[in-house]
Design a protein around this ligand. Structure first.
Ligand code: SF4
Length: 293
């Protein structure tokens, strides 16, 4: 990239016209931002159809190298920018957050397309998250389904403008210069439905409320996990399970029959295993008799 000192010359001190190509009077923030904005390295990964447009943006016709997004890096440790290009499934959000945590500061996130910005056509689908910003701090959103390469370039330039506005004199702008290591973004837990550990308290409170309300209807309506939560919650109604505290903050719950929930789960698994073995034996005997005939 050509060095254009006039880009940096933004002070009230006059520079003689004949020296403008040789001398720049500037601030440290501006020099720092100028270096960062012109050497953003995006991480090399794509998720769905939007990724095709991202690839087109990197190729010769649009060529985002012209703007300093020079090389896409195949490792998070050498990347400054995460372009989330495509549909983010609940399964995929876990490695995405983990990769984000592995990127060094300063780092930025660009949500490309309707899916990454808010779920897109799959919003509230059983397997899709409703926007990457639920899990990562998104700096720029590029709308469209899919956005064109021009739109992505515009979003990248918007990110450069955002970087231009940051100042190393303002701690909020450059938190990575703070004392101590940065807090990693919590990696969501992949379960029956994805859980953000930051929302654990809220989820627990909501589960307790739901359990209390449903206790009046009868605990048989609740799954075993909810029964445990209900037993923990202070309630006037008689709880059909009792809580027995064990080491630390953990609680062990005993079902009325004397068993524990995980033992019950093991029991169910064992029954399933036996049923599967029985079906397998029936199939094998049918096959054997067919071969004899
Ligand atoms: S926004 Fe549209 S083009 Fe992009 S990943 Fe979603 S469905 Fe595909």
């Amino acid at each position: 990239m050509d060095l254009n000192l006039q880009e940096l010359n933004a002070t009230e001190f006059p520079v003689p016209a004949e020296l403008e190509s040789n001398i720049a009077i500037t601030s440290l923030s501006q020099l720092y931002n100028w270096g960062r904005r012109n050497s953003m390295w995006p991480m090399l990964f794509g998720l769905a159809c939007c990724a095709i447009e991202m690839i087109a943006t990197a190729s010769s016709r649009f060529d985002f190298s012209r703007f300093g997004f020079e090389v896409m890096r195949a490792t998070p440790r050498q990347a400054d920018l995460m372009i989330v290009s495509g549909t983010v499934t609940k399964k995929m959000v876990v490695p995405i957050v983990r990769l984000y945590n592995q990127m060094p500061e300063p780092k930025y996130v660009l949500a490309m397309g309707a899916c990454a910005s808010g779920g897109g056509p799959f919003k509230e689908g059983y397997n899709v998250v409703s926007g990457m910003d639920k899990y990562l701090p998104v700096d720029v959103y590029v709308p469209g389904c899919p956005p064109t390469p021009q739109a992505l370039l515009y979003g990248m330039i918007a990110l450069q403008r955002k970087i231009d506005g940051q100042s190393i004199a303002n701690g909020d702008d450059v938190p990575w210069y703070g004392v101590g290591s940065a807090e990693p973004t919590p990696v969501p837990v992949l379960g029956p439905d994805i859980i953000d550990p930051r929302q654990m308290d809220m989820i627990r409170r909501q589960a307790e409320r739901a359990a209390n309300d449903m206790a009046a209807l009868g605990m048989r309506e609740l799954p075993a996990a909810m029964q445990m939560v209900a037993a923990k919650a202070p309630t006037a109604t008689a709880a059909p399970v009792e809580a027995a505290p064990v080491d630390g903050n953990a609680l062990a719950f005993v079902l009325p029959a004397g068993g524990r929930p995980w033992e019950e789960a093991e029991d169910i698994r064992e029954k399933r295993r036996l049923r599967a073995l029985a079906r397998k034996a029936v199939r094998a005997s049918r096959r054997a008799s067919a071969e004899e005939e």
